[in-house]
Write a protein that binds this ligand. Structure first.
Ligand code: DAH
Length: 341
């Protein structure tokens, strides 16, 4: 009986293979399914015989039969798929396959941070302004009181589109100040986020393209205290109420007096760590009171109006908040980084 069943198993397998090989359409295939795999089919018949066996014999033949059953089912579905594919051409779609689970897109960390910064300032009444990335030297330098021959205009830093025509890629967002003031009378309360360009060799902290956010507030009676209050409110809204700010005297041609401002270290909260080099402070950017010379360029009355301006490097803040050690990582679009946000 045992050898008999084994023989019949082998026979069934070869009969099934040749029947499948001959099947040329889905109807023929369905006949084969009924004959071999159906509830009363040949395979079921052999399982019936298995029921009358016992012990080792039953176990061994059972194993053989189950293996055969799996194989028949697999071969059968492959054949079914290929016949179906032939009959439907390209449009074949197997509804039984699990779907492809694609990546769900997410926001780039710079986009997220930019949006957060914008909303902090918008909640203080600032309006988002924009200016061109291709600028004339007039807007990028002259009207900001950056004299010809000033080191900031050096070929080292500035990317020229056309040197004779004095057309450059803006090296900072400050020229947006000039555009805005040329186009509207005071009061002005804007922030201007956008891309800037400099002739830098990329390394961990430099990129030839980067983002800044410019701020400008002009009205009667605006003071340095307003600048400090605005920066402090911003810092605490973005980073939490325990953040402190600090201003250090500095120089920028378009502000007078000028300062550089720091936040208490975003990582150690001022206690001292590697990121802030144990100082407890991290440098953010420059700020100051708008230089009356700039008001002269845009036709504002410097006797009547005062204003403050500030800059901000978006990548710099993002690197600090997210602990990203290399600025180039923002532009490589490596999903291993992007998936973490
Ligand atoms: N434009 C400056 C830069 O690119 C940053 C800056 C400094 C902007 C002082 C300002 C300011 O508005 O008042 O480095």
């Amino acid at each position: 009986m045992k050898s008999d069943l084994k023989t019949r198993i082998r026979l069934l397998e070869s009969d099934f293979d040749s029947a499948l090989a001959e099947a040329s359409d889905l109807q023929a295939l369905e006949q084969i399914r009924i004959r071999f795999l159906g509830r009363k089919g040949l395979l079921a018949g052999l399982f019936g015989i298995l029921g009358s066996l016992e012990g080792d014999e039953k176990r061994a033949s059972g194993h053989l039969l189950n293996t055969l059953k799996d194989k028949m089912n697999t071969v059968f579905s492959e054949k079914a798929r290929s016949l179906d594919m032939q009959s439907h051409g390209e449009s074949f779609f197997d509804h039984s396959l699990p779907g492809n689970i694609g990546y769900i897109g997410r926001l780039h960390p710079l986009t997220t941070l930019l949006r957060e910064i914008k909303s902090c300032f918008q909640s203080m009444g600032f309006i988002v302004a924009q200016g061109p990335e291709i600028e004339t030297e007039y807007y990028n330098f002259d009207a900001l009181n950056i004299a010809r021959g000033h080191p900031a205009r050096d070929m080292q830093d500035t990317l020229f589109i056309d040197e004779e025509q004095e057309i450059v890629l803006r090296t900072h967002t400050s020229p947006v100040q000039v555009h805005v003031m040329e186009n509207q009378p005071p009061p002005v309360r804007i922030i201007a986020p956008g891309r800037c360009y400099r002739r830098d060799t990329p390394d961990a902290t430099h990129s030839p393209v980067f983002h800044q956010i410019e701020g400008l507030y002009v009205d009667e009676g605006v003071s340095f205290a307003d600048l400090k209050g605005t920066i402090l409110t911003f810092a605490q809204r973005l980073l939490g109420s325990d953040i402190k700010i600090r201003f250090r005297p500095s120089f920028f041609p378009f502000t007078e007096p000028s300062a550089e401002y720091d936040f208490s270290c975003l990582i150690c909260r001022g206690r001292g760590c590697r990121v802030c080099k144990q100082s407890g402070w991290v440098e953010i950017s420059g700020a100051g009171m708008v230089n009356p010379a700039v008001f002269d360029y845009v036709g504002y009355d410097p006797e009547r109006y005062t204003g403050f301006a500030f800059g901000m490097g978006v990548e710099r803040i993002a690197m600090l908040i997210y602990g990203i050690p290399d600025i180039r990582m923002f532009y490589e679009n490596d999903v291993r980084l992007l998936k973490q946000f």
